[in-house]
Design a protein around this ligand. Structure first.
Ligand SMILES: [Zn+2]
Length: 254
C-alpha cells in the first residue's frame, strides 16, 4: 500500500477521466492521496475532487507561483476555510526563486502567513521550494513549532540535514527515476527512511519512462521501486515505511 503525498488531482489535465485516474491508482496500490491546493478560487473544486473517494485528502493553501491570484485577504480566508474543512495540511505554500517576476517580498509574506496559520491550527505544512531551500528552512525555523514536508526536494544533503533537524520530511518523486539525477539518487539511497515521503506531483514530473507525458498517481509504484533499488531493499519495505510516515505526518486514517 502506498500514499501519494502530492497529487494535483483537481488539475484540468484530469478533467476528462478523473475517476479512472483514481481507480488506476487504487489498482496500483496507491490507496491514499494528499491533494495540495494552488489558490483560493480553486479550493471549492479541490474539495469536490477530494469527495470522489474516501482515500483522497485535500490540503488548502496559496502556492507561490500563483502569486498574482493571491490577495492579502486570502490569508484570513484560509484560516476560516481550514477551521471549517479540517484538511490534513496547509499547502501548497513556499518560495519559488526560479520562476521570474514573482515578487520575493510578497512571496515571503504569504509563505510566513501560512506557516503561522498552520502552526496555530496544529496542522503540518506542504512546502514548495525551488531555488529557495535555504530561505524556506530559515522561515520554518523563524516561525517555529512546525512540522511538514518539503515536496519534490532537490537540494543538497547538507540542506536536507537542516530540515531533518527541524523535524521536516522530504518528498521524492519522478525526478529520482532519472539516471542522471546523481545527487538526488545518492540522497535517496542513504537518507534516513523516517524522513522520506513518496509523491508524484501529478500531472507534472513524470518518471523517466513517461517523459513528456501526463503523470498520474498510479505511477507512484515506479518511484517506490526506484528508491528501493537504490537502497538495495525490497519495495515493500520502502512502501511500509513511507506509508507509516505519511500516516503519522498527515494523521491519515487506518
Ligand atoms: Zn505541487
Amino acid at each position: 500500500m502506498l500514499v501519494d503525498t502530492h497529487c494535483h488531482l483537481d488539475a484540468d489535465e484530469f478533467a476528462p477521466d478523473r475517476a479512472d485516474v483514481v481507480a488506476r491508482a487504487r489498482a496500483a496500490g496507491v490507496a491514499m492521496q494528499v491533494l495540495p491546493a494552488t489558490h483560493a478560487d480553486e479550493w471549492p473544486a479541490l474539495r469536490e475532487a477530494a469527495a470522489l473517494d474516501p482515500g483522497l485528502h485535500p490540503a488548502y493553501g496559496l502556492h507561490p507561483t500563483f502569486l498574482r491570484h493571491h490577495r492579502e485577504s486570502h490569508l484570513a480566508l484560509l484560516e476560516e476555510w481550514i477551521e471549517r474543512e479540517r484538511p490534513v495540511a496547509v499547502g501548497e505554500c513556499g518560495l519559488d526563486f526560479f520562476v521570474e517576476d514573482l515578487d520575493a517580498d510578497a512571496q515571503s509574506r504569504f509563505f510566513e502567513g501560512q506557516l503561522a496559520i498552520a502552526r496555530d491550527a496544529g496542522l503540518p505544512v506542504i512546502v514548495h521550494a525551488r531555488r529557495a531551500v535555504d530561505q524556506v528552512t530559515a522561515a520554518i525555523r523563524r516561525i517555529g513549532g512546525l512540522r511538514g514536508v518539503v515536496h519534490s526536494f532537490s537540494g543538497s544533503r547538507q540542506q536536507a540535514e537542516k530540515l531533518w533537524e527541524l523535524g521536516f520530511m522530504l518528498g521524492l518523486g519522478g525526478p529520482v527515476t532519472y539516471a542522471r539525477a546523481n545527487r538526488l539518487r545518492t540522497l535517496a539511497a542513504d537518507m534516513p527512511l523516517e524522513f522520506l515521503l513518496l509523491e508524484t506531483d501529478a500531472p507534472d514530473q513524470p518518471d523517466a519512462g513517461h517523459r513528456g507525458q501526463r503523470n498520474e498517481p498510479a505511477r507512484l509504484r515506479m518511484v517506490c521501486d526506484t528508491i528501493a533499488g537504490l537502497r538495495d531493499v525490497a519495495p515493500e519495505d520502502v512502501a511500509a515505511a513511507t506509508t507509516a510516515n505519511a500516516r503519522r505526518l498527515f494523521d491519515l486514517p487506518g
